[in-house]
Design a protein around this ligand. Structure first.
Ligand SMILES: Nc1ncnc2c1ncn2[C@@H]1O[C@H](COP(=O)(O)OP(=O)(O)OP(=O)(O)O)[C@@H](O)[C@H]1O
Ligand SMILES: [Mg+2]
Length: 378
């Protein structure tokens, strides 16, 4: 006997049988096989259903033909009430075809009454398989649950990070920008009151003004790099074009944005997702592609927004695409998946890499993103 069966003191068996002699025979066979069990015996459809309604047994043994209930009906009832519980027919007469038919209909096994020595091995196997099934199902459920939790967490972290960047960008731009502008005005006032003859003082004031101008530019750049304001004021296309330009200036790699679209001032989550996907794709091109040209297409097809970023570099390999350590690519896929979208990456050796992200324009997932807002922020 296997240890898990022994660990459980008694197997709770429900026996559907109308002949008292056969109940005894079955119990005897089980005892002789060394099984610790408790058997409850019912002999009608009503009693059977009533018993199953109370609680599910560990195992059902059933005669094939009872006066008030035929085997198939009993099997169907058991499957409906407790689909996980193994069901074995123990029958005096069961032709081969019928036997096969019962298995097809979901019976676990069948044992003929004249060969009751088979009963205990059959019961043991049925219980072992049922336990394994339950274990597998639990593991799968747990996996699904933890996957869902991780996704919610990454959704939340991304949302918080984005909000933080928006806030810092705004403060840097508005507060620092304004205070620098104020400083410059005061400097101009001071300079206008400097003695006309004092050349070095005027020189100093001019260089200070130039310094303040440069600092204002730096502040603007930092704010824009954190999150370009145009993304929220002018739309995705403007932000993509700004990013493409900055990329081209910085790297010398030609970057063209092609689209027929005009109005791209969509909701913040959609715009943010595409913009961050684009930035990640460009970072990869700088780091890995050895490309000289990048083409960006933005289009709308069947309710989905489609962003395609193609480079003419070395081409990503299948192994790189499917590598579980590719966190950058995983992030891209997750961003799209959170909004119900998909990402396709294709590469050909020496033929460049194409990344296509598709996200529905309206998505249910977005309501979930906004629920964070209510629970954590405002
Ligand atoms: N445009 C591209 N051309 C060629 N290879 C690429 C391209 N983009 C990605 N790859 C390959 O795919 C791998 C996975 O990219 P991924 O962005 O996931 O990781 P990474 O850029 O190496 O690191 P990080 O997690 O910092 O982004 C890269 O290491 C690179 O080998
Ligand atoms: Mg990367």
């Amino acid at each position: 006997m296997n240890s898990a069966v022994r660990a459980k003191a008694e197997i709770d068996i429900l026996l559907l049988e109308d002949s008292c002699r056969d109940v005894e025979l079955v119990a005897h066979a089980l005892r002789r096989g060394g099984l610790g069990f408790k058997v409850e015996h019912v002999d009608s459809k009503r009693a059977f259903i009533q018993r199953l309604n109370q609680r599910a047994p560990d195992l059902i043994l059933s005669d094939f033909s009872l006066p008030t209930l035929d085997g198939y009906t009993a099997l169907a009832i058991a499957h409906k009430k407790c689909p996980e519980v193994p069901f074995i027919f123990v029958s005096g007469t069961l032709g081969e075809e019928t036997a096969i038919e019962t298995l097809k209909k979901g019976a676990t096994d069948y044992v003929l009454k004249e060969r009751l020595v088979r009963l205990v091995p059959s019961v043991q196997r049925a219980l072992r398989e049922a336990r394994e099934r339950t274990g597998r199902r639990r593991a799968q459920e747990q996996l699904r649950r933890s996957h869902k939790q991780l996704r919610t967490l990454s959704d939340y972290l991304q949302y918080v990070r984005e909000e933080e960047q928006i806030r810092i960008a705004r403060e840097v731009h508005d507060e620092l920008g304004q205070s620098l502008t104020g400083l410059k005005l005061q400097l101009t006032w001071l300079a206008s009151r400097l003695p006309k003859r004092s050349k070095p003082l005027h020189e100093k004031a001019r260089s200070m003004a130039a310094h303040i101008d440069e600092t204002i530019q730096v502040v603007r750049r930092i704010a824009t790099e954190l999150r370009p304001g145009v993304l929220d004021t002018a739309g995705l296309l403007a932000a993509l074009e700004w990013q493409a330009n900055a990329f081209q200036t910085q790297t010398g790699i030609v970057c063209e944005v092609k689209t027929q679209m005009k109005e791209t001032l969509w909701d913040q989550d959609l715009n943010t997702a595409f913009f961050r996907i684009f930035q990640e794709a460009l970072t990869n091109i700088i780091r890995h592609a050895k490309a000289t040209k990048v083409e960006v297409r933005l289009a709308e097809a069947r309710g989905q927004v489609v962003l395609e970023v193609t480079d003419n570099g070395r081409g990503i390999s299948d192994a790189e695409i499917h590598n579980t350590k590719s966190i950058g690519l995983l992030g891209i896929r997750e961003r799209a998946a959170l909004l119900g979208g998909t990402v396709r990456i294709k590469g050909g050796r020496g033929k460049g890499t194409a990344l296509t992200a598709r996200i529905p324009k309206t998505s249910v997932a977005r309501t979930r993103l906004h629920s964070h807002e209510n629970s954590h922020h405002r």
